[in-house]
Design a protein around this ligand. Structure first.
Ligand SMILES: *[C@@H]1O[C@H](CO)[C@@H](O)[C@H](O)[C@H]1NC(C)=O
Ligand SMILES: *[C@@H]1O[C@H](CO)[C@@H](O)[C@H](O)[C@H]1NC(C)=O
Ligand SMILES: *[C@@H]1O[C@H](CO)[C@@H](O)[C@H](O)[C@H]1NC(C)=O
Ligand SMILES: *[C@@H]1O[C@H](CO)[C@@H](O)[C@H](O)[C@H]1NC(C)=O
Ligand SMILES: *[C@@H]1O[C@H](CO)[C@@H](O)[C@H](O)[C@H]1NC(C)=O
Ligand SMILES: *[C@@H]1O[C@H](CO)[C@@H](O)[C@H](O)[C@H]1NC(C)=O
Ligand SMILES: *[C@@H]1O[C@H](CO)[C@@H](O)[C@H](O)[C@H]1NC(C)=O
Ligand SMILES: *[C@@H]1O[C@H](CO)[C@@H](O)[C@H](O)[C@H]1NC(C)=O
Ligand SMILES: *[C@@H]1O[C@H](CO)[C@@H](O)[C@H](O)[C@H]1NC(C)=O
Length: 340
């Protein structure tokens, strides 16, 4: 009962915490770089003087050209989805050559939302196949001293189940150094999810590589941002995080208010806070802005699906299916113990 009261008070605190116009900087912050040939000028925003961002990923194995020589943002390569075959070693070779050429690559990630379908941005890989790809291309990088992230499953119960099945399929042969986490939804859901994952993998670093409160009012979204980011900055096991996202509000597929840029490419409050500045007072809006330069159309198609937004799945997961999630994570804990 006492615990219930504490939880109730905590949720009141969460709800009433005021939005602050100044916000602290942090070395944990990274950029989710969305290929952006329509508005290349936006690429400059994240590396401008004073930005506190330290790293980025772009769902690809090689750097985005604007940042390839930029030492301010460390690149984290990702094997996004299934390679062309079980024999394919392109990712391993490409990343190894980058290291040999002197690129500062210390971490890699593998498989973006493998438990999610292609239509909603997932890479839709079976745990059995992923275990084979992992042994071929990820484990050798780990042997070279690169820290590797676990498959970046969704925050829903299918993510936990997928990771449990992956662990089984690996049969003790897949080791990871950190766990990428995706979360779309409330702060309470995020903190509880982090607690669940932390309990299963004691001592492993957590990277929250996609998160936002989607499709909410601006006040709710800003409140979520400040609460979640402050929490993760203080959380001893969250080493890095990257907010979704770094796009113009009118292009958002999770509601305009999450965006770090308005339709014209100006930093919103959240965008400014994220890179270490104060409120700008710029509001996200939904104005279709046409690129001003001539070469945009041919190259503007992204080569991968923009990250997912398994909103229905997630609301189902944290509103009604928490027991299933806990169950799946419990199963995962059991397997992890057996493995260790
Ligand atoms: C990065 O450096 C390489 C080698 O000096 C050069 O060829 C390339 O054009 C540079 N890229 C950018 C975006 O400046
Ligand atoms: C990695 O792959 C990209 C895309 O195919 C290519 O442009 C780049 O040269 C490759 N880098 C290395 C070091 O092999
Ligand atoms: C590589 O990046 C890490 C993390 O940002 C940094 O600590 C390290 O000094 C960098 N190494 C080099 C050689 O730039
Ligand atoms: C995990 O494995 C179980 C048992 O084989 C299966 O029923 C379930 O569909 C799998 N789930 C995922 C997400 O792979
Ligand atoms: C795991 O690794 C061991 C030793 O390298 C190997 O004998 C075994 O076949 C591997 N198992 C799987 C499922 O890949
Ligand atoms: C961080 O991880 C350690 C080791 O697993 C654990 O004891 C501690 O409670 C975790 N901290 C938080 C805030 O969850
Ligand atoms: C948003 O929050 C501010 C204070 O943080 C408050 O003054 C304002 O009325 C709120 N707006 C709405 C629409 O709730
Ligand atoms: C912007 O408005 C259009 C037209 O009402 C709508 O289809 C689109 O979903 C809106 N975009 C966002 C990001 O909300
Ligand atoms: C943000 O505002 C605070 C308080 O007004 C001020 O001390 C700080 O220098 C400002 N930070 C930036 C980056 O402008």
């Amino acid at each position: 009962m006492a615990r219930l009261i504490v939880l109730f008070l905590l949720s009141l605190v969460t709800i009433t915490m005021a939005i602050s116009s100044s916000f602290h900087a942090s070395q944990k912050r990274g950029l989710i770089y969305i290929p952006n040939s329509d508005f290349p000028e936006d690429d400059e925003i994240w590396v401008k003087k004073g930005s506190d961002l330290t790293w980025y990923y772009n769902y690809k194995m090689y750097p985005s050209s604007r940042y390839e020589n930029d030492t301010a943002l460390q690149f984290v390569p990702m094997l996004w989805g299934a390679p062309s075959s079980f024999k394919d070693t392109t990712f391993l070779e490409n990343v190894t050559s980058q290291i040999v050429q002197g690129q500062n690559i210390t971490h890699v990630m593998a498989f973006n939302e493998p438990d999610n379908t292609g239509e909603t941005g997932g890479s839709n890989i079976t745990p059995d196949d992923a275990a084979v790809y992992w042994a071929k291309q990820i484990e050798p990088l780990r042997k070279l001293g690169v820290a590797v992230g676990a498959p970046a499953v969704t925050g829903g119960y299918s993510g936990a189940a997928w990771l449990a099945n992956f662990t089984t399929a690996c049969n003790g042969n897949c080791t990871f150094d950190f766990i990428p986490i995706h979360w779309y939804g409330s702060f309470d859901g995020l903190s509880s999810h982090l607690g669940d994952v932390s309990a299963v993998y004691p001592g492993i670093d957590l990277w929250v590589t996609e998160f936002a409160l989607n499709d909410a009012t601006l006040n709710e979204t800003e409140q979520f941002f400040q609460t979640a980011v402050s929490y993760m900055d203080q959380h001893e096991n969250v080493t890095f995080y990257s907010y979704f996202g770094s796009f113009r509000s009118f292009t958002s597929n999770v509601g305009i208010n999450v965006a770090m840029l308005n339709s014209y490419g100006k930093l919103t409050d959240i965008g400014s806070w994220y890179i270490g500045g104060n409120s700008t007072g710029v509001k996200p809006d939904n104005v279709t802005v046409t690129p001003s330069h001539a070469t945009a159309t041919a190259t503007s198609t992204a080569t991968y699906t923009i990250p997912p937004l398994a909103t229905n799945l997630l609301s189902a997961a944290h509103l009604s299916s928490r027991p299933s999630l806990a169950l799946s994570l419990g199963l995962l804990a059991l397997q992890f113990q057996v493995m260790a």
